[in-house]
Design a binder for this molecule. Structure first.
Ligand code: ARG
Length: 560
């Protein structure tokens, strides 16, 4: 139940000649002072129509607005403020959460497939901070899509093709060591790649050799293909460690190379529809005045990142029949996606308007971009392991007798990293500070997890069984929690509509804070006639916190 809608309906009965229900919903505000009411309706827009002052209209309207869940309305200046019947509302909200359980807030109708292209690291390179963001945002959007009635198809579009692999093979055959690559693949390959660039700066003919290697890869020559497969396999093993820690799975791991045999088709189609033009020996598609043309084929006949993305988009539409498709990729690729969508539109695919680039900001360390280039490698797996270690030492202090501390430390450590990333609006940059994200106080994942575990413990300590028959709470302290619980379904929808997991992360923080303040003021387990209501509230909080964390990709340990 959504209280804004309840109030809007009551107002609509009086105002249907002037406003639609949606108009009214969008006008409703939250009073700055909670004592002044639960929601407020401003009357400024009515002043013209009625030729009266907003406060006079507010007075008249407040007498007329009625509803079964409305206790009273009151004109405060130009606003009509509403007070709900706490007991009835809380009974309704708690009953709904208790009955629906994890399904509370889920949209039931089938809205079709969403293709979500996320994570997509580049093989033979470290899994970067940018790929971490893409991974956690993509994972959460897939979970949110599902909760909103869509069927997500999660795709890892690995960067596993391109001239850089020619360079790498060239470097490996000249200076590489099999043992080194085997024992420590990513740093070893990275070292070779860096070495190649240093040497090529002195000796540019190396670049030709690199290109020749890529050409033999594209031509399918055995040695090149074998090396490429090996590098890819080793890289995937490394990436898998990160995915395991984060609890991320994909429906399809289809890297750029997957589309190799679909390229000719795409180029042919562009040719036949007359979209391909020549520019400096390369083949391009013009995409309008305000963007450079989209490069389809290089001088030497090789295809590009964009060509492979064109093939991928068409393939996905034909195989998944998606309703819409998301690309969770950093803001620096904005132009690439604009060009891509534009070319698809020119090709006559009207579904191109259902493709969305979902960009995000940087991860910073002490205000500077955390970079994986220039040989200064940060291995993400090590960062995550460090988070788990730190979570473990924190817990050894807080709860030394905890069973299975390693398992919980993993949930808390990785949860802290994921939560920290997602609580920031996606386009903002995030400062990466492990100690800060791991504290139990403040707006962190561990804080929300801890609140959930605390509520869970109360339920375990209770001698009475929580049932779904209770008559509702009527006090101020519980009311804040009840109102927040009632908002979860709306927040789930808002978060997906804006592709913004931070809406849920912030919501879980608010809910945790309000429950903690309730817990501080009220004796939940006291044996009076309200105990069942308070337990139902506590149980509902555990359900919604756990589900909120779940759609962020964060686990909620029952004990910590
Ligand atoms: N591998 C690319 C990179 O690391 C990201 C790929 C994103 N997805 C796509 N369909 N272009 O920059």
């Amino acid at each position: 139940m959504n209280l804004s809608t309840v109030y809007a309906n009551a107002l609509h009965e009086q105002l249907h000649e002037l406003f639609t229900l949606e108009d009214i919903v969008s006008l409703i505000e939250r009073p700055k002072n909670k004592q002044h009411g639960d929601l407020a309706f401003p009357c400024f827009q009515l002043a013209k129509q009625y030729r009266q002052s907003p406060s006079d209209i507010a007075k008249q309207l407040s007498g007329a607005v009625k509803g079964t869940l409305i206790d009273q309305t009151e004109a405060i200046g130009p606003y009509v403020n509403v007070f709900f019947r706490k007991k009835e509302v809380s009974k309704k909200v708690l009953t709904k959460v208790m009955i629906e359980g994890n399904d509370y807030g889920s949209v039931k109708n089938d809205k079709g497939v969403v293709s979500i292209d996320f994570s997509s690291p580049n093989i033979a390179k470290p899994f970067s901070m940018g790929h971490l963001r893409s991974t956690v945002i993509g994972q959460s959007l897939a979970l949110l899509a599902q909760k909103n009635g869509y069927q997500p198809v999660k795709i890892n579009h690995l960067g596993d093709w391109g001239t850089q692999f020619g360079k790498l093979m060239c470097a490996y055959t000249k200076w590489g060591s099999k043992e080194e690559v085997k024992s420590n693949p990513i740093p070893a390959l990275m070292k070779l790649y860096v070495m190649f660039h240093e040497k090529a700066a002195q000796n540019p003919s190396l670049n030709d050799e690199g290109r020749a290697w890529f050409k033999s890869l594209e031509d399918g020559e055995a040695e090149a293909v074998q090396l490429w497969k090996w590098f890819k396999g080793e890289s995937l093993k490394e990436f898998q460690k990160v995915y395991d820690l984060l609890g991320v799975q994909f429906d399809r791991v289809q890297g750029e190379s997957f589309y190799n045999d679909q390229m000719n088709e795409v180029v042919k189609e562009l040719e036949e529809s007359g979209l391909l033009t020549e520019s400096d020996g390369a083949e391009v598609v013009e995409v309008g005045e305000d963007m450079p043309p989209c490069l389809i084929k290089k001088k030497d006949g090789t295809t590009l990142y964009a060509t492979r993305d064109l093939a991928a988009a068409i393939y996905r539409k034909n195989t998944n029949h998606f309703h819409h498709a998301l690309y969770i990729v950093g803001g620096e690729q904005e132009l690439h996606f604009k060009q891509l969508f534009h070319v698809l539109k020119k090709m006559g695919f009207d579904w191109s308007s259902h493709l969305f680039h979902v960009p995000f900001g940087l991860i910073l360390k002490d205000g500077k971009k955390m970079s994986t280039r220039k040989g200064q490698i940060i291995l993400l797996e090590e960062v995550l392991q460090e988070a788990v270690q730190k979570a473990k030492s924190n817990m050894e202090v807080k709860n030394p007798h905890l069973d299975d501390i390693d398992h919980v430390a993993k949930q808390v450590g990785t949860g802290a990293v994921i939560f920290h990333d997602l609580k920031n609006e996606r386009l903002n940059s995030v400062e990466f500070n492990l100690d800060q994200m791991l504290t139990f106080e403040g707006e962190t994942g561990p804080y929300v997890q801890y609140t959930h575990a605390r509520a869970q413990t109360i339920l375990e300590r209770s001698v009475v069984e929580v049932v779904s028959t209770f008559d509702g709470l009527n006090d101020e302290h519980s009311w804040e929690v009840i109102k927040l619980l009632s908002e979860f379904p709306k927040e789930v929808q808002r978060a997906y509509a804006a592709f913004e997991p931070s809406i849920i992360a912030k919501y879980t923080i608010r809910l945790a804070q309000s429950f903690n303040s309730y817990y501080g003021k009220v004796k939940i387990l006291d044996h009076d006639d309200q105990v069942m209501n308070r337990l139902a509230l506590t149980k509902s909080v555990t359900i919604v916190l756990k589900e909120g964390l779940r759609v962020l990709g964060v686990q909620a340990p029952p004990n910590m």
